[in-house]
Ligand binder design. Sequence first.
Ligand code: SF4
Length: 266
Amino acid sequence: MSEPVRQALARPHLWLTTRDPARPASPIGIPSSAVFIHRLNRAFATFVGLPLHEGKRWHFSTHQGRKTFARFVGKRDRTGLHALQMHFGHVSRIMTDRAYVGTDFELAELIGKEALEETRAALEELLTAPNLAGAAGRMLASRSRFRGRTRDGEVSAYVDFILRDSGMVLGVCDWGYCVYRREHSACQGDEAGPNPAQRTQSVCVRCANFAVTERHRPIWEDRRRRNRALLEHPQLDRESRQLAEQRAAECEQILAELDRGAKHAE
Ligand code: SF4
């Protein structure tokens, strides 16, 4: 939202804005929290048609924005993150993940909490899912005694035990779950987690840490559709054709594993 003003002044501040939105040439500044709260609860609330909450008008605060931001950044399953990335105008997801935290330890802690909650939910899903794909998915499917069961107290207690015992947090992944163990990391991650520069769908497919659930099926179906459409193109050169064939085959492999699991569960 503030990009035009940043460009006009060649200044990097995220929240840079004109003091008077009706007069773009008016003095530039970084608005105070009070200004934000005023704008959120007036113009923004009207713009989004904010519904009443328990019969009362909801009061926005900037703190709510931090929590929402932390929830998105802490998300291990990034299938819904693309919109946020666009919103912040970053080319790379690495930026969205790390750049804003800086030395803000309270925000880092908030993100850590959200990441743990998401890890808990994802582990419960992985332990109970009737069908899983990917090497880690196959491993979990063959070993989990909770497979095909509904989530209950016993599953939660077991997840608590795993988290307490291993301190495990799932790696970030946009197209599945990353049951991160550094020694098996095909993207050559470090102690902090997967290596975002090398983490691609093709690399994850070959990685022992990778697990896919039904939640991720649409991503793989979409990727197969796009690559099959590319193969229809009459002027596709040999290298591009090979790449599209390889990618379509990877999608076939993941989707076939999910289908096999679904049949097994019937
Ligand atoms: S390559 Fe492996 S370790 Fe890296 S993100 Fe993918 S699943 Fe995780």
